[in-house]
Write a protein that binds this ligand. Structure first.
Ligand code: BGC
Length: 756
């Protein structure tokens, strides 16, 4: 398709028709020119294709298919290869089903553990989310199917998700809430992006020129098309002006007419309509040209292979949170499975990502050939207190006869969904009580968790092991059993911190905000960035996850201990499997700025790698860090920059299990444009190149004079010279006059010189 030519042949009406959908899932066709309609469907953890008539909310039955682990699980695998493969499996399925675009992945940050959609998002860390998202998008698009990362951006809660206003400062926005999108756009070049429902700093994302044009296209080089979240389209003209291309699902019904009216009355430049049409058609044309042929058929063999991958991904994602030498379970042990989820596991979330699974494995059936028995223990739908007590008593009785008790616990479906947030992070009370009572029997107890987001574990000190499966998709039951019995070795690491209680979370006082208008007052201190800075203990830290084997780290080496921000530095470390099982380890690299003008986290994830090692095997893991690893977003230049100084590079097995560290000096090269007045602080002037040159010598001399004059430093208390230096640096230029260091005329001249 020659897109430019096609667009030049279109009438205004035809062009305007392409800017909103035909129905819930299709764009409009232009039959006169042979342009077909294109179909897009929900992901992200499976293909939700509605075959027949679509309903109002597009939530009725979809085709029967495979449900993969949801995003919070996928991110906990820290496995880019698997995320890529997941994208490929989904891309393949889209091809089989004639779907041109998959609506995913979701990569909003987990600002609060209670956001109802957290199961559909990756992490509290933008680097991890960005890497996993980029891999997934590359996988989908390698099949010639467009991916559509969502929801762009600062859409971090469900309460008033369609109308709320997220108030976020520029630095926080770029460092935290945009970074994963930026990485996904730059590394994977998605053909589309979905703008969120909410407002950002007072403007709807669907009408937000700063976000849709200045950041997305001008700064990051995005060359796909922007589609609204479903029904997020507002004013047609404002949308097109801001850089919005397609309104779904058909948008406000008069979208098409509104565009035509606006062009005809001269309010909207037709060239902007052309731009939107070209963006949309370029992407769909790309799918036509790149669609892989010879796609795997839609038969039983394909289905089985997809399911097998879903199970493997679940095994790779599960996190062993605690293990008091009870796991893996020896085959001769008499094991009691307790809990509804052993037979009817919770394996996905509710809402637009809900998959119509053809088959879901459960742990009870998967362990049928082992020495297990089962008791229900709780019923997620039960309200009757007597029956709840009876179920618990039955479980306690049955547990007397077992060697090991495995409790399948977790959040009922009604707790986690698109559309609303949780109000707390607790398990249902009857489950907490059941676990607590079973731990009083003096038996070994294991808890298997099914949850899309963190939960509190008041019984944690009393149980021997906790295996977190998250929402693990169709393979959940088999994966759980294989992990419990050591046929698979846990290798996931937490992609978000588990706080002891909800009120520990940094967003607590501002979530969900007055009338759904959250102020992101905690700034860049999201998740571990906050807990660490406050030295606050957590139930389990970011990056934590155990294995049945053990890994030792040695010989951290950096290629240089002094670089400029135009150089890169290589960091390598040896990792050994010193335990008895083959296993996988996620090697994590964090960077901390030892001293900075900006308030920065103690450490931030900047690289990671998942490796696989047999017992006694060693691998040297190498990372390359560039400028961005040391940068923060400086609002004065509206960009990332490195502040010259010492940094610490930390490598370890979790954010709180750093095994080795090294120091490096990085010289920053970005100058700060500064308009100097007599009220500007001396420290700020000295940060600029010109300031250093012009004012630097004067200040140096002042400090030296002071040192030489103050024979008795103790007169000002110990450290008097240092105090003097600090005082001077924080003074406005004007104070040099009051303290007789310069005359008024001299400072006026200096200001002129600095601004020249
Ligand atoms: C959700 C999107 C989804 C769309 C289509 C919206 O309500 O926020 O994530 O892709 O519906 O189902």
């Amino acid at each position: 398709m020659d897109v430019q030519k096609l667009v030049s042949e279109m009438t205004l009406k035809e062009k305007a028709s392409l800017l909103s959908g035909a129905d819930f899932w299709h764009t409009k066709a232009v039959e006169r020119l042979g342009l077909p309609e294109f179909m897009m469907c929900d992901g992200p953890n499976g293909l939700r294709k509605q075959d027949g008539e679509s309903d109002h909310l597009g939530l009725f039955t979809s085709i029967s298919t495979v449900c993969y682990p949801t995003a919070s699980a996928v991110a906990s695998s820290w496995d880019e290869e698997m995320a890529d493969k997941l994208g490929q499996m989904l891309g393949d399925e889209c091809l089989r089903e004639d779907v041109s675009m998959l609506l995913g992945p979701g990569l909003n940050m987990k600002r609060s553990p209670v956001c109802g959609r957290n199961f559909e998002y990756y992490s509290e860390d933008p680097f991890l989310a960005g890497k996993i998202a980029a891999a997934y998008i590359k996988g989908v698009q390698s099949k010639g199917v467009a991916a559509c990362p969502k929801h762009f951006a600062a859409n971090n809660q469900e309460y008033r998700r369609m109308s709320g206003n997220s108030v976020v400062d520029e630095r926080t926005l770029h460092e935290i809430y945009l970074q994963a999108f930026e990485m996904a756009v730059k590394e994977a070049k998605p053909k589309s992006i979905m703008c969120a429902y909410n407002m950002l700093n007072g403007t709807y994302l669907s009408e937000n020129k700063y976000m849709l044009t200045e950041v997305l296209r001008d700064k990051w080089g995005f060359d796909g098309f922007v589609v609204t979240d479903w029904s997020a389209g507002k004013d047609a003209v404002k949308g097109v002006e801001a850089g919005l291309d397609l309104v779904m699902p058909g948008g406000p019904k008069d979208h098409e007419e509104a565009v035509i009216r606006a062009v005809e009355s001269g309010v909207l430049d037709e060239a902007k309509v052309d731009r939107a049409v070209i963006n949309i058609l370029n992407a769909f044309n790309w799918t036509l040209e790149n669609k892989l042929s010879g796609n795997r058929p839609s038969d039983e063999t394909t289905r089985k292979a997809d399911y097998k991958f879903a199970r493997e991904l679940a095994e790779n994602s599960a996190v062993l949170l605690k293990n008091n030498r009870v796991l893996p379970i020896r085959s001769d042990r008499k094991v009691l499975f307790v809990g509804e989820f052993a037979k009817k596991p919770r394996y996905q979330g509710s809402g637009s990502s809900h998959i119509n699974s053809a088959f879901v494995s459960n742990a009870f059936d998967a362990a049928a050939d082992r020495n297990i028995s089962f008791v229900q223990g709780y019923d997620t739908g039960e309200k009757d207190l007597k029956r709840i007590a009876m179920l618990r008593e039955e479980a306690v009785e049955a547990a007397e006869k077992a060697d090991i008790i495995v409790i399948f616990a977790g959040l009922p479906a009604s707790y986690e969904s698109e559309g609303f947030d949780r109000t707390n992070i607790n398990l249902p009370t009857d489950q907490d009580k059941l676990i607590e009572e079973l731990t009083h029997l003096g038996k070994k107890t294991v808890v298997v968790m099914h949850n899309g987001a963190p939960v509190a574990m008041p019984w944690i000190d009393r149980v021997d092991a906790v295996l977190d499966m998250f929402l693990a998709g169709d393979g959940v039951g088999e994966a759980t059993v294989r992990l419990l019995y050591g046929e698979a070795n846990p290798s996931g690491k937490l992609s978000e911190s588990y706080p002891y209680k909800l009120s520990d979370n940094p967003s607590y006082l501002n979530f969900p905000g007055e009338a759904g208008n959250p102020v992101y007052a905690e700034g860049v201190f999201i998740g571990y960035r906050y807990y660490e800075k406050k030295h606050m203990p957590v139930l389990f830290p970011f990056g934590h996850g155990l294995s049945y084997t053990e890994f030792e780290y040695s010989d951290l080496e950096i290629s240089s201990d002094r670089i400029t921000d135009e150089d890169t530095v290589t960091v390598s470390i040896d990792v050994w499997n010193v335990g008895r099982y083959p296993g996988k380890e996620v090697v994590q690299l964090y960077v901390g700025d030892n001293e900075s003008r900006a308030n920065r986290p103690l450490k931030e994830l900047k690289a990671f790698k998942k490796i696989e090692l047999k017992p006694e095997e060693k691998e040297t893991v190498t990372f390359t860090l560039d400028k961005r690893a040391f940068s923060y977003y400086d609002e004065r230049i509206h960009d990332f920059r490195v502040e010259s100084g010492d940094f610490t590079i930390m490598v370890g097995a979790s954010s709180s299990d750093i095994r080795h560290a090294a120091s490096i000096y990085v010289e920053g090269s970005t100058d700060i444009p500064l308009t100097v007045t007599e009220r500007t602080a001396i420290a700020d002037i000295l940060e600029t190149k010109k300031g250093k040159k012009v004012l630097g010598p004067i200040i140096k001399k002042t400090l030296e004079d002071h040192k030489n004059e103050s024979v008795d430093e103790d007169a000002m208390g110990e450290g008097g010279n240092e105090m003097f230096e600090r005082m001077v640096l924080e003074m406005p230029l004007l104070s040099l006059v009051s303290f007789d260091i310069m005359t008024k005329e001299e400072t006026d001249k200096l200001v002129k010189k600095l601004n020249r």
